[in-house]
Design a protein around this ligand. Sequence first.
Ligand SMILES: Cc1cc2nc3c(=O)[nH]c(=O)nc-3n(C[C@H](O)[C@H](O)[C@H](O)COP(=O)(O)OP(=O)(O)OC[C@H]3O[C@@H](n4cnc5c(N)ncnc54)[C@H](O)[C@@H]3O)c2cc1C
Ligand SMILES: *[C@@H]1O[C@H](CO)[C@@H](O)[C@H](O)[C@H]1NC(C)=O
Ligand SMILES: *[C@@H]1O[C@H](CO)[C@@H](O)[C@H](O)[C@H]1NC(C)=O
Ligand SMILES: *[C@@H]1O[C@H](CO)[C@@H](O)[C@H](O)[C@H]1NC(C)=O
Length: 399
Amino acid sequence: MNKIISLDEISGALVCEAGCILETLDNYVKEQNLIMPLDLGAKGSCHIGGNVSTNAGGLRLLRYGNLHGSLMGVEAVKADGTVVDCIRTLKKDNTGYHLKHLFIGSEGTLGIVTKVAVHCPVLPKAVTLGFFGVKDFDSVLKLYKSAKASLGEILSAFEMADNDSISSTVQNLKLPNPIADFPFYVLVETHGSDETHDAEKLSRFLEREMSSGLIIDGTVTSEPAKMQDTDKDVEGHVITWFTAAVDMDGNKQGHPCWDTIWNLRESIAGAGLLDGYVYKYDVSIPAARYYDLVPVLRQRMAGKAVKVYGYGHVGDGNIHINVTVPEYSKEATDMLEPFIFEEVSKLKGSISAEHGVGFRKPHFIHYSKDEGAISLMRELKQLMDPNGILNPYKVLPDP
Ligand SMILES: Cc1cc2nc3c(=O)[nH]c(=O)nc-3n(C[C@H](O)[C@H](O)[C@H](O)COP(=O)(O)OP(=O)(O)OC[C@H]3O[C@@H](n4cnc5c(N)ncnc54)[C@H](O)[C@@H]3O)c2cc1C
Ligand SMILES: *[C@@H]1O[C@H](CO)[C@@H](O)[C@H](O)[C@H]1NC(C)=O
Ligand SMILES: *[C@@H]1O[C@H](CO)[C@@H](O)[C@H](O)[C@H]1NC(C)=O
Ligand SMILES: *[C@@H]1O[C@H](CO)[C@@H](O)[C@H](O)[C@H]1NC(C)=O
């Protein structure tokens, strides 16, 4: 099931089968000056059907929203074999229940997604990137607020990483850090239609916030005129090489800052593996308390963990918290779980921001869903899959 069925170049509606690889689709729509509304580290291997079933987000969710918004329609097969055809290429369709949402993010427990209709936004003509060093987490939040105000609709990613995330990546993977050592780093990306204008906007933002003291140091660069010349890094991510970069004074320079920055951000995920066993938590927490859990866990795991670090999509409230220990132990696990889920629950966060519930977290789902919600989920499951043949053991806990 890997056929592309249609692409409407006027509306940007793409209809395709569930087994299409995300990267293949991205390359296909690019010919019509469009992009897929999601971009993930795993785009070279993941299928759009899987992305829909996990409601995958990715690096630019801040700009393009999640799949509940960009999916126009779904075709799915129920457990009894009935085909539910909700493929429409319409932005508006209020004819009763929005059934497509039952299949988005339900991890294959309610039906098998066979086709999707996706709304593809226009390919941005200009992409610019800023990488900043700041003194504390409070500055990260202030900078986020200010970035939304100054960059407006072109802001496509606002990411942060603490010193331990970046320094373990720099040390373990021998990657260069384009700026000096700071307690926190912020990565800002813009997608817009005018390179000069966008780069100016980002440079102005940098200048203003350097004088305000929120940014201590930073660098701004534009994507190398969309060069086709690509290469792959250690994890198979495609890196776009570029020739020109704009420095803080707005001068065009020839240093490879673009891929240095994204490469650094994208490599954090693998870097910790070199320190031992990694406990990974992918949670979302309301912005004001976004970083609270990291110091709490550092204190709790003092002497036990090699490192506790946090990085992620500030714009989506999604933080990745990784705890590396020299080796796996039941004692460390028991100190972390369910403690971390209890803390997330107290902060009114979600115990799974992106990666779903799967097999590992059904018995923790109550930290993010109340009894009434869980029983409604059970009723839906019973209705759509009475024999429990679709992804049994996933998502819902044993009654
Ligand atoms: C390197 C990496 C980076 C990632 N980065 C991000 C990120 O930035 N943002 C983000 O949101 N997520 C991210 N993820 C997680 C990502 O969302 C999921 O791993 C991905 O969407 C799952 O797709 P898959 O093709 O691997 O599906 P699979 O792992 O094969 O399947 C996922 C689930 O969906 C079910 N399923 C698969 N196909 C269908 C179908 N057609 N119909 C019904 N059910 C189906 C499966 O049974 C399974 O339960 C990342 C994962 C990796 C490995
Ligand atoms: C979707 O994206 C993720 C990466 O975020 C990838 O792991 C997965 O294989 C993709 N495919 C599907 C079907 O999600
Ligand atoms: C960042 O971390 C490294 C390695 O742990 C440490 O040497 C350095 O002092 C830290 N820098 C700051 C600014 O916190
Ligand atoms: C850190 O956690 C994130 C999920 O929050 C995960 O994607 C990443 O692979 C983890 N890093 C390591 C080294 O396992």
